[in-house]
Design a protein around this ligand. Structure first.
Ligand SMILES: [Zn+2]
Length: 80
C-alpha cells in the first residue's frame, strides 16, 4: 500500500506571507500599540526575507519586544 504524505503549507518567511496574502501584525504590550508589517513592502524596501517566527521585532517607541500575529489580508475585504 502506498502511503501518501501531504506536505502542509509552511509559512515561515516574509515571502511566504506575501505569497499567501498575509501580513504580520505586531503588538507592543508596553505602549499598547499595534503596528503592521506588509511583507511586500518589507521585501521591496530591501529587508531580508527573514523567518518571522524566530525574528524578534522591537517596538520603535520603547524598544520592547513585540507580540506577533499573522493576519490574512484577504479576510479584511468586506462587502455589502
Ligand atoms: Zn512600545
Amino acid at each position: 500500500m502506498e502511503i501518501i504524505q501531504l506536505e502542509p503549507v509552511v509559512i515561515r518567511k516574509m515571502s511566504d506571507l506575501r505569497d499567501n496574502q498575509m501580513s504580520l501584525g505586531l503588538f507592543c504590550l508596553g505602549c499598547e500599540r499595534w503596528g503592521e508589517i506588509i511583507p511586500d513592502e518589507w521585501l521591496s524596501s530591501g529587508n531580508k526575507d527573514v523567518d518571522y517566527i524566530i525574528q524578534r521585532f522591537k517596538c520603535g517607541e520603547c524598544g520592547g519586544a513585540a507580540d506577533k500575529q499573522v493576519r490574512s489580508t484577504t479576510s479584511l475585504i468586506f462587502q455589502k
